[in-house]
Design a protein around this ligand. Structure first.
Ligand code: PA5
Length: 449
């Protein structure tokens, strides 16, 4: 029997919105849910993620696992080359599930291609020089510049080190089944490949080989991750907030947004949640920020950021609402020792665990921010297990899709991402962008950019 391992508590939101308003949103939840499930809303050709927990069946999982096991047997380090949705899900899962320090993981999964920086890539290759290395290059389009240029450098390094033939055996490409430069290159060089289904967009792809392969290489149980997502399909469906947890969270976000709370801060209390929040930030920002609307997603790591951003959260502009992401059970429990001298005056905490102290930090912060005029709700995760994380991934995906429909945008496209790319291509002199290049050059004349 499946157990729901995440919950959502909007108890304090109910103090600030008139009674019945959340219930009134059941109609919006029902409309959005209907559009999504009938696949007749905007972006309906990108809804493959909805059924992934079921379509990612035992055979598909076994084939990903078998390549992952092979890599686990021969590599000390897997370098994943990708950006955005082709990178964040894997990183989120690995950070959530693994030991705190990269050095303690074998194989280590390292990331490249998510920035443009010579020092980073030089340091990465220096770090890997005495180790056995494999590469997973991930790009749905197969043409994204950041991973593209990083992969060129890494591929050259691999071929110099192992020879072209052996390098090819150590490179796995995850890309579109038919199109794109990476698909073509993989065919020419004989790389092993995984397919990204055409109807799954990058930020919704963590439960495809994009996320599952590196996650499996890191030794995380991908069957349980997918099982968790499957379980979330049950409690994230239905036409009311009582039945549909994702719809509930989506409705609260929209209620607050319409009241002028245009920024959502996802505030976690565990360092292992940092990249889950980064993944959520992309999911939310890229899905909703368009047509001059959308909730601005921001993420903070507490208690660390209470000592930097805490002041703003308490007293800055009041257009922020906060969703706390709280973990009920850590893997270990460390208690504070008692000292006979009590020189640091901390004996009042002796015998209490870090989690007990952290839990009081959360409660104290929640109450303080409510007093400061920040509406707040809480998502609680039972533990750091694969099933809980799988449930969370699916919950957030479904919630952001419903929330996007409530905002009346297409949550599955990202037309705005093209603007910087076009300018960059024009400035770099890419073929086909000559006219734009000339315009930009004249616009920048005399400016010292
Ligand atoms: O969600 C998205 O679609 C984007 O974030 C993409 O994942 C990102 O731009 C990388 O694209 P690609 O996988 O084509 O290299």
């Amino acid at each position: 029997m499946s157990v729901q391992k995440i919950s959502y508590n909007d108890r304090f939101i109910r103090d600030i919105v008139p009674s019945g308003e959340i219930e009134m949103y059941n109609a919006s939840i029902a409309d959005a849910e209907k559009m999504l499930m009938a696949k007749n809303g905007p972006g309906n050709d990108f809804l493959g993620w909805l059924d992934l927990p079921k379509t990612m069946n035992k055979e598909k999982i076994a084939s990903i696992q078998s390549v992952a096991d092979e890599i686990r047997g021969k590599a000390d380090i897997l370098i994943c080359v990708g950006i955005g949705g082709s990178y964040l899900g894997a990183r989120a899962a690995i950070e959530y599930m693994s030991n705190s320090f990269d050095d303690m993981r074998k194989p280590r999964v390292l990331f490249a291609g998510h920035s443009i920086n010579s020092d980073y890539i030089t340091d990465l290759l220096e770090l890997t020089k005495d180790k056995e290395v494999a590469i997973n290059v991930v790009s749905k389009s197969g043409t994204t510049t950041e991973p593209g240029v990083a992969f060129r450098v890494i591929r050259q390094w691999m071929e110099e080190r192992y020879g072209r033939k052996e390098a090819a055996k150590r490179i796995i490409a995850t890309t579109d089944p038919h199109k794109g430069a990476l698909r073509k290159l993989a065919g020419e060089e004989g790389y092993a490949t995984f397919e990204i289904p055409a109807d799954v967009g990058g930020r919704f792809s963590v439960l495809t080989a994009v996320g599952l392969f590196p996650i499996a290489v890191a030794g995380i149980d991908i069957s349980s991750l997918v099982k968790g997502a499957c379980e979330a399909m049950d409690f994230c469906s239905g036409n009311s907030f009582e039945k549909n947890l994702a719809g509930h969270y989506a409705a609260v976000r929209n209620i607050l947004f319409r009241r002028g709370f245009t920024t959502e801060v996802l505030a976690s209390f565990q360092p292992q949640l940092h990249f889950v929040a980064e993944w959520w930030k992309q999911l939310s920002g890229e899905s909703e920020g368009k047509s001059n609307t959308g909730i601005f997603p921001a993420a903070l790591d507490y208690t660390t950021d209470l000592h930097s951003m805490g002041q703003y959260m308490q007293e800055g502009i009041r257009n922020i609402f906060e969703t706390f992401l709280v973990l009920k059970k850590t893997k270990h429990s460390v208690a504070i020792p008692k000292f006979s001298d009590d020189g640091d005056e901390l004996n009042y905490l002796a015998g209490r665990s870090f989690e007990d102290i952290n839990s009081n930090a959360y409660k104290g912060t929640l109450l303080a921010h409510l007093d400061g005029g920040v509406p707040a709700a809480t998502i609680t995760l039972d533990d750091r297990s694969e099933t809980t994380l799988g449930q969370l991934f699916y919950f957030f995906e479904k919630a952001i899709a419903l929330s996007g429909y409530m905002l009346r945008v297409n949550p599955f496209d990202q037309p705005g991402v093209e603007a910087y790319k076009k300018n960059m291509f024009a400035l770099l002199g890419k073929a086909g962008f000559t006219d734009l290049g000339a315009k930009l050059s004249s616009r920048m004349q005399g400016m010292d950019l």
